[in-house]
Ligand binder design. Structure first.
Ligand code: F6P
Length: 361
């Protein structure tokens, strides 16, 4: 009997369960094996929180959001934050504990479904002896080495629906309406939903914005009788020469600013500079929740099947990826720590400009 682990790491994302289901079915169909579900991402290995996935657990989950295994985007096991008696935080390397759990369950390897952070950790742990095959997930679509991550399509659809609804108020009240999407480093969600939803201004982290350019665009529209405008803004958008906008604007213990609120900030600035009534809506976690679109269910299923096959063929250290319409394997080490950003000379950026969208410059 072979023991094969599976975990979901990082922020949740529509389609995780569809990957678990496809992996489970493919592995069970191909060999005599136990699939060990590791709970809450790498935490399950640190704290020995694992259990065999039963057929009942894997049933009826295709369309279910979230992950039946639980996840965590806080516990890098190599630098795990542990609160000390005096209230200070110390970062501990838990890789030995991970190896203990890995060996305890006699795992042959792990299917790791996660984002760029989870792949980086997998790559590091592989040097300690862990075998894995990765599956790229994130609504942000910012994993280097794949054309698409599952979850992205669902997030774009949700954001597009929201923009369509917000159009109603924008038009009726002659307002500037700002929709803030997720997208810490990459503006894929904002760019795609902004184009699909007919946005007039789209701000993405890859192109720092100028307030003058935004105001010029809004006034131009007003002057030709278009008394409303729609702006779609990534949470990670920042002004030229400025910083991203977060709740406290200081880095937390994970060395990250908790982003959110740039939409409200821009709304205030735009009202002051133009006199146009401006409102902002933050889509937040709505983008990560709920049932995956049919596109994401299929992509997640293809990824899950391909990951299971790669595992059985012993092709460890790779992640499954989409290349055009083909599922391929990409070596994780080669791209570890790299993020996929929107290329400024990409056709979609060119098209956005040619239909008059202001990208903040
Ligand atoms: O899944 C990626 C992401 O959506 C980023 O765009 C965002 O900054 C982050 O997750 C927020 O995650 P959390 O609040 O769960 O830490």
């Amino acid at each position: 009997m072979r023991n094969i682990g599976i975990l979901t790491g990082g922020g949740d994302c529509p389609g995780l369960n569809a990957v678990i289901r496809a992996t489970y079915k493919t592995l069970k169909d191909s060999c005599d094996c136990r699939i060990i579900g590791i709970r809450d991402g790498y935490d399950g290995l640190i704290f020995d929180n694992c259990e065999e996935i039963t057929p009942e657990m894997a049933r009826g989950i295709l369309a279910k959001g979230g992950t039946i295994l639980g996840t965590s985007n806080k516990g890098n096991p190599l630098q795990y934050p542990v609160e000390q008696a005096d209230g200070t935080i110390q970062f501990v390397d838990y890789s030995d504990r991970i190896m203990e759990t890995y060996n305890k369950y006699e795992l042959e390897g792990i299917i790791i479904i996660g984002g760029e952070g989870s792949m980086y950790i997998a790559d590091t742990l592989s040097r300690k002896g862990i075998k894995y095959v990765g599956v790229p997930k994130t609504i942000d679509n910012d994993i280097y080495g794949t054309d698409l991550t599952f979850g992205f399509n669902t997030a774009v659809q949700l954001a597009t629906d929201a923009i369509d609804r917000i159009h109603t108020t924008a038009e009726s009240h002659h307002r500037v309406m700002i929709v803030e999407t997720m997208g810490r480093d990459s503006g894929f969600i904002a760019l795609y939903s902004g184009i699909a939803g007919g946005g007039d201004v789209i701000l993405i982290p890859e192109i720092p914005y100028s307030m003058d350019a935004i105001v010029k665009k809004l006034k131009e529209r007003y002057d030709i009788g278009k008394k409303f405008s729609i702006m779609v803004v990534s949470e990670g958008a920042k002004p030229i020469g400025g910083e991203v906008f977060g709740k406290e604007n200081k880095k937390n213990i994970y060395d990250r600013i908790k982003l959110g609120g740039i939409g409200m900030k821009l709304a205030d600035e735009i009202e002051k500079l133009t006199g146009f009534e401006t409102r902002a809506t933050v889509l937040g976690y709505l983008q990560r929740g709920g049932t995956p679109t049919s596109y994401d269910r299929i992509l997640a299923t293809r990824y899950g099947c391909a990951a299971a096959r790669a595992f059985l063929e012993g092709k460890f250290g790779n992640m499954v990826a989409l290349d055009g319409n083909d599922i391929v394997l990409r070596n994780v080490s080669e791209n570890a720590g790299r993020k996929r950003l929107i290329e400024l000379d990409s056709p979609l950026i060119k098209d956005a400009k040619s239909i008059g969208i202001c990208l903040g410059i």
